[in-house]
Each structure stands twice: as C-alpha cells, then as structure tokens.
Design a protein around this ligand. Structure first.
Ligand SMILES: Nc1ncnc2c1ncn2[C@@H]1O[C@H](COP(=O)(O)OP(=O)(O)OP(=O)(O)O)[C@@H](O)[C@H]1O
Length: 583
C-alpha cells in the first residue's frame, strides 16, 4: 500500500534539502561568503594599520576592508531572509499535515491528547520547529565555524594571548551554559502551562451559553486568571534567567578584555607581539562574542525545536483509523452477502471505558428495514452502542456486525459510507447549507433533490428565505435556530446514501410543534432503511417497530411498546416514571 504523507517520518533536513536543493545550496554558499567576510575583516584592518605605520598607500587595504564588510553583511542578510522563508514554508507544510492527521486519528486518541493541547502544539511547536531551521541549519554550523576559524587565527596571531583569553572567559561561559540549561527546563514547563490554559479556555468557550446563563463569567474568569497567572509566573522565572545572560557575558567579556589588554601590552613591550597583530587580536576577540552567544543559545533552541519535532513525530506515528486497518487482512468495501439478513447485530459485545464497564455481553439484532428504538436510563450505554457501530471505539470482546460483516473487517470509510449519523447536538459545520446537506453523499445531488429533502423536514421555505439560499453560510454571521439545525441534520441523514441511520435523540425537550413535524419524516426514513434511534421520548418509542431496553450495560428486554409494557418492569419504569418524556 502506498504510504500516506502523514505516515512518513518527519525529517527536517530531508524536508528542506529534498524540496529545494538549489535554494539550500545557494543559502549555504551565501553563509560561507558571510562567514569568510567576517573572518577576513580584522585581518584587513591589521593590514590597514600596518600600511599606516609604514606610511604607504591605504587605498587597497581600505577597499578590501569595506568590500569584506559589505559582502559579509549583504550575504548574511540575504541568506537569513531566504532561510527564514524556507523555514516558514516548511512549518506551514508540517502544520497542514498535522491538522489533516489529527482529523484522521481515532476519537479516543484525540480525547486523550486533549483538543487544547493539540491546538497549542500547532502554534508553539510550529514556531519552535522554525527555530530548528533558522538556527540548526545555518546559524549554528556557521557560528561554530566562525568561532573555530577565529580561534585558529587568534592562535596564529599569538597563542599565548589566546590562552589568557580562554582562561579569563571560561568562568563566564560556564555560567552561560548553566543558565541556558535551567532556562530550557522552565521553558518546557511554560509551554505545558500554555497548553493547559488553552484547553480550559476552549472548554469555557464551548460552554459559553451555560456560563452566561448561570452568570458564571466571573467564576470561570477567576479559574482562567489563575492559570494565566501560573503561566505568567513561569514566564517571569524564564525572563529572570534570561536577564542574567547578558550581564554574565558582558562581565566575562570585560574581564577578558582587561586581561588581553594587560597581557598584550606586556607582550608588545617585550617585542613578542606587534601593534597590528594586537589590534587584530582585539578585533577578533570582540567579534567572538556574537557567535559564541549564538552557539550557547542556539544549542538550547535547537534542543527545544527538536523536542517539538519529536512531539509532531509522535502524533504522525500514531496510527490514523485508515492506517490501523491497513494491517488487517483484505478490508471490506461492501457487504459480503447480496442482502444481509440484519443491518446490525451485536454478539456478546463487551466494552469498558478505561476499566469502567459500559456494556456487558450485549446481544441484539436490528432488522434491515424499520425503526428500532434503544431506551434505557441515563448512563445505560446507549451512546456507546452507536459509537461501536460507527467504530469510533472497538469492542473489548464479542462481535459487532454491520450489514452482515464484522465491523473490524470493514474499511472504516466504507463502513461509514453505509450509514448516516445524527448526533445529539445536531452538529453542523461552519460551511454552506449545501455543503452541510451533501456531507454524506459521494456526488453532489441536484438542487431539486436537496430542496425535496428540505421540504421533507419542513425547511424548504426557511432556506429559500436565507440570503444565498442553499449557498448561505452557517457561521458567525448567519445562524439558524436550534430546531432548524435539527431539521437540517435530519435532511442530511435523508440525503445520505447509507442503508442505516443512527439517530441520537437529544434528551432535552424541544418544542412539540417541531417534534410533530419531524416525527413523520423520521418514520418515513425507516421505510426503506434501518433506523436506530436512541430514544428519550415516548412518542419515538411508540412509533418504533422494535424497542431494545438497556439497563446498566445489559439488554434486559426487547419487543414492541405494548409487549414491553406488559412484560418488562424496566421499560414500564421508564414510561411510568416519565423517564421517557411524553412530548
Ligand atoms: N468517554 C468516556 N469515558 C469514560 N466513561 C464514559 C465515556 N462515555 C461514557 N462513559 C460511561 O459509560 C457509561 C455508558 O455511557 P453512555 O454515554 O453510553 O450512556 P447513555 O445511555 O448514552 O447515557 P445518556 O442517556 O445519559 O446519554 C456511563 O457510565 C458513562 O459514565
């Protein structure tokens, strides 16, 4: 099987070199020019001083000095810009791959990772990975070359003076290394804290209507403020360390400067060193600080960036629903039998969330036509049954069959193409009405079919009245009522090509006029396909051809409404105890 892009390992160098080899070669060349120019500059200055001492012409040394300086600056600017552009583009590709991969992950993995954490990773880890390109690809190697080249030239100028320099600078370098290491740890903690805050904020935004209705803005804000404060505290400790960095380097540099000037003066007096060489040595020394700092900081950013890359890799390495099934033998794309006997069959199905059992040895059959209602107290396991049929989750033991075939033998995409799913919230996407209606269809149906489906649920007029009609977008600008959303979601299920419709009825009571309108279209849906409804309303179960009663994860009875009223105490309790709403 062809490997999908997201299944490939994420290699930064390969990403860069394979895609634009010539551009990368050009950037490397520019960096080499910039490094050589930087290294040559003090030598040209020494030549100028010599020429002035001799009283000779200074034109050539001046031109060489200006040329080296300008070339180094121009090459540096251009290579930095080009590399940054390449880095941004690479991060863009990684981010889009990350988002696409995340959407294909099993729901359980997304829940475990946390939506906020995934979203934060997209932002911060993306930025940090860019630093790998900025720092790791050129800056760090070039800085190392500059430091090494400078040290070699300084040793050639006067190796004894270099020893003085190293000895006087060592303490400060040691200090910088320690500070950077501690900063790294704090920075990781800061990122975790940002991810947590994002998660809680996202949850709060999702619950905003409830928060407003219960005037809980202040309470929620307090909780968020505490998280923001924790994050800020971590930020402050990181900054405190960062603020130590420059003074430590400055101090080291000043100590080194005094040492070199004193020792250099002594050596100059004793004729062991010439004035131009001392001047060049001092210039090299001043020039050393920037690349040294870059090496010290760069190693840190590189580590952080590589850690971010590893977090992306971990997600890319998490099998998507499709890649997990690639390992299974010959997945099904269509039912094995011409006309499978049952739409759904559960055979001894057991399922636990973590170690909490939700379904225990569940057996039932849903016929190919007609409406089956699944009823039970809250927490009985009804939604879990739908999730198992959709294969959002997999049974711990037993077999779930859809259209005669074990769900684990189906290709997930094909399995889901055979059914329509209407969740409790009647979720619609932020897109056009048309896009929402045609989600479950393989080719876009003509407008008259869309309008017919809308008419079926009493939404034709309302959609015609919207600016743009079928092409009106459902987003921040245009929204529709809860009942209208419900009807659109049902119209989508009507249009879907599947033989099976799963409907998770909301337990909240919606207005009865709407309910009456929808009752007929739901019933009609069951004429030519199997409809499984998690029912919370008495009217729904009365309409059903067949009712399955779940109690604490087990099927305790099944039959028609009248049969169950006569012989199932659990069902009678649901009806008489008004646990099934009478609307
Ligand atoms: N994601 C989850 N993680 C852990 N436990 C869960 C999860 N979803 C459901 N459960 C537990 O599994 C059991 C069955 O839940 P399920 O949602 O299937 O019940 P339900 O019959 O649909 O309830 P309701 O009518 O309230 O929607 C419950 O005890 C519930 O607490």
């Amino acid at each position: 099987m062809e490997r999908t892009h997201s299944e490939e390992q994420l290699g930064i160098t390969r990403e860069l070199v394979n895609r634009q080899p010539w551009l990368i070669a050009g950037i490397v060349l520019l960096s080499v020019v910039s490094t050589l120019g930087t290294l040559a500059l003090p030598l040209t200055a020494a030549r100028l001083i010599s020429a002035m001492q001799r009283g000779g012409s200074t034109l050539v040394p001046v031109l060489l000095m200006v040329g080296a300086g300008l070339a180094a600056a121009a090459a540096h600017a251009l290579s930095t810009y080009l590399l940054s552009r390449v880095g941004e583009q690479m991060v863009g590709r990684v981010r889009s791959r990350f988002m696409a991969h995340s959407l294909r992950l099993p729901l359980s993995v997304v829940r475990r990772e946390g939506q906020g954490t995934l979203a934060a990773r997209l932002g911060t880890d993306g930025l940090q990975m860019k630093a790998v390109v900025d720092v790791g690809v050129l800056q760090l190697p070039m800085a190392i070359i500059t430091v090494t080249g400078t040290a070699v030239i300084m040793a050639l100028l006067d190796w004894v003076l270099l020893l003085y320099l190293v000895a006087s600078f060592a303490l400060s370098v040691g200090g910088v290394v320690v500070i950077i290491k501690v900063m790294r740890k704090r920075f990781m903690a800061l990122q975790m804290s940002v991810a947590k805050m994002t998660q809680v904020f996202m949850n709060a935004l999702e619950a905003l209507p409830t928060i407003k209705a219960y005037r809980a803005e202040q309470r929620t804000s307090r909780e968020l403020a505490a998280l923001a404060e924790d994050t800020a505290d971590l930020g402050v400790t990181t900054t405190r360390l960062a603020s130590l960095l420059f003074p430590v380097i400055n101090l080291g540099q000043q100590i080194a400067l005094v040492t070199v000037i004193v020792a250099g003066g002594v050596r100059l007096n004793s004729g062991l060193l010439t004035l131009p060489d001392l001047a060049a040595f001092l210039l090299y020394m001043l020039q050393l600080t920037a690349p040294l700092l870059l090496v010290a900081m760069g190693v840190g950013s590189l580590q952080a960036g590589l850690a971010s890359r590893d977090r992306f890799r971990a997600i890319f390495a998490t099998p998507t629903e499709e890649s997990a099934e690639a390992a299974a033998p010959a997945p099904r794309t269509a039912p094995s039998e011409e006309t499978p006997a049952a739409a759904v069959r559960f055979e001894g199905v057991t399922f636990s969330y973590d170690s909490q059992p939700a379904l225990r040895a569940v057996d039932f059959t849903i016929p190919r036509r007609g409406m089956t209602a699944l009823v039970g107290m809250s927490g009985a396991g009804k939604t879990t049954v739908l999730s198992l049929i959709e294969r959002f989750i997999s049974a711990d033991s037993g077999t779930v069959r859809v259209l005669g075939e074990d769900v684990t033998r189906w290709r997930v995409a094909d399995l889901r193409a055979h059914m329509a799913y209407v969740d409790q919230k009647f979720t619609l996407l932020s897109d056009t009405i048309r896009a929402n209606l045609t989600l479950g269809t393989s080719s876009p149906p003509p407008d008259d079919r869309l309008m017919a489906a809308l008419a079926e649920v009493g939404m034709e007029e309302a959609v015609r009245a919207l600016p743009g009609g079928l092409d009106a977008r459902l987003d921040e600008g245009t929204d529709i009522s809860g009942g209208q959303r419900q009807r659109l979601a049902l119209a989508r299920a009507i249009l879907a090509e599947g033989e099976l419709v799963l409907l998770d009825e909301p337990s909240s009571q919606l207005d009865s006029v709407n309910e009456m309108l929808l009752r007929d279209s739901i019933r009609r849906m069951a004429d030519d396909r199997a409809l499984l409804v998690v029912a919370h309303r008495l009217s729904t179960v009365q309409d059903a051809d067949h009712i399955i009663v779940l109690d604490r994860g087990q099927v305790v009875a099944d039959g028609t409404h009248h049969e169950l009223m006569a012989r199932s105490p659990e069902y009678s309790l649901l009806v008489r105890g008004q646990l099934l709403s009478s609307v």
